[in-house]
Design a protein around this ligand. Structure first.
Ligand code: FE
Ligand code: FE
Ligand code: ZN
Ligand code: FE
Length: 201
């Protein structure tokens, strides 16, 4: 790991970590989407996958700004720009979250329980991102890098939104369906809502 002397260095590291996390999420989400049955869940995940691709591009912009900032600051560290993003850091935590999710989803389960498990995994992903982006945003603000802070906060808000949507889906329907292990039996409890969902699609 690169030597880190100040908060700037730590911010750069956190950005690399988030970059790796987003790349892993982009690679993992299609499989989760394919395994989901609930149409609203599938749509939410697909929508967030598209947003995630934009978030990765946003991190490219952040890295560019950090590079420019380092140059303008006449950083004394040699080889900074070349060494900065060359050796790729892998977010081991995201690797673990995704691996654990894949293991659970490979188990023999009803489609209702699988949808609940997909939400659980997706929310672990979102929470990790919320922590990472929140911290990085705060570092950028502390360092007076307002544009970087703004970009990170945009993504942070998208992650919060994705997390909230998953919570609503879970508590409004999917957890109950998993509880009875059947969509049919859950229908009596939320018939209007279910019918509403179906006709909209
Ligand atoms: Fe993300
Ligand atoms: Fe990480
Ligand atoms: Zn968290
Ligand atoms: Fe996300």
């Amino acid at each position: 790991m690169e030597k880190m002397n100040d908060l700037r260095d730590l911010l750069r590291h956190e950005i690399q970590d988030l970059y790796s996390a987003e790349e892993q999420i982009i690679a993992a989400m299609p499989k989760m989407i394919n395994k989901a049955t609930d149409r609203t869940l599938t749509a939410s995940l697909s929508e967030h996958l598209a947003i995630t691709q934009k978030q990765k591009q946003r991190l490219d912009r952040v890295q560019q700004l950090l590079g420019e900032e380092a140059q303008a600051n006449g950083s004394k560290k040699k080889g900074l720009l070349s060494g900065l993003f060359s050796k790729k850091h892998t977010c081991k935590a995201m690797q673990g979250i995704i691996e654990e999710g894949n293991t659970i989803l490979a188990a023999d389960m009803s489609t209702e329980v699988r949808d609940a498990a997909i939400i659980a995994c997706a929310q672990k992903i979102e929470h990790y991102e919320i922590c990472g982006y929140g911290t990085a945003r705060t570092y950028a603000r502390e360092l007076g890098m307002e544009k970087v802070a703004q970009l990170l906060e945009e993504t942070l808000n998208e992650e919060y939104e994705a997390d909230d949507k998953l919570t609503s889906l879970a508590v409004s329907r999917i957890n109950r369906e998993a509880e009875s292990g059947s969509r049919g039996r859950a229908r009596s409890a939320s018939e209007g809502q279910m019918r509403g969902e179906r006709t909209r699609e």
